[in-house]
Design a protein. Structure first.
Length: 130
């Protein structure tokens, strides 16, 4: 059995928490290629929260950026993506909804594509197909 990838899920907690819960649930499927350990920030972190996020990403294999309608206004998501980029962590942007206009975080590059969320896509993306 292949080793599962450890993922960090970045999302807009004010608008997209339900989709994060669904994505984390997919980690429990028998053929899931990833493990999810919830390291999202649910409440205000004291001190330097950015440093705490950096440490949480140390043992992560890939970062998933869930993109919803208001992701472009979510400063925390933009910061988490910037941290992933600085740590050279592989990442991809995943549309949180199929029926809404999903936006990129402000720190995304012009070449960053927002991928459709399907089980086959998710498995391929976690496997490095991007």
């Amino acid at each position: 059995m292949a080793t599962k990838k450890r993922v960090f899920i970045s999302f807009d907690i004010d608008h997209d928490e339900g989709t994060k819960i669904m994505l984390a649930g997919q980690a429990k499927l028998p053929d899931s290629p990833f493990d999810f350990i919830d390291s999202s920030v649910k409440e205000h972190l004291t001190g330097d929260w950015k440093e705490k996020v950096r440490r949480r990403m140390d043992n992560i294999d890939v970062v998933i950026i869930l993109c919803g309608e208001k992701t472009h206004t979510a400063n925390g998501v933009a910061t988490e993506l910037t941290i992933a980029q600085a740590k050279n962590k592989p990442y991809f942007l995943l549309a949180a909804y199929s029926d809404k206009n999903c936006t990129k975080p402000t720190s995304a590059t012009s070449g960053d594509k927002v991928y459709k969320w399907t089980w086959d896509n998710l498995k391929a993306l976690i496997g490095g197909s991007r």
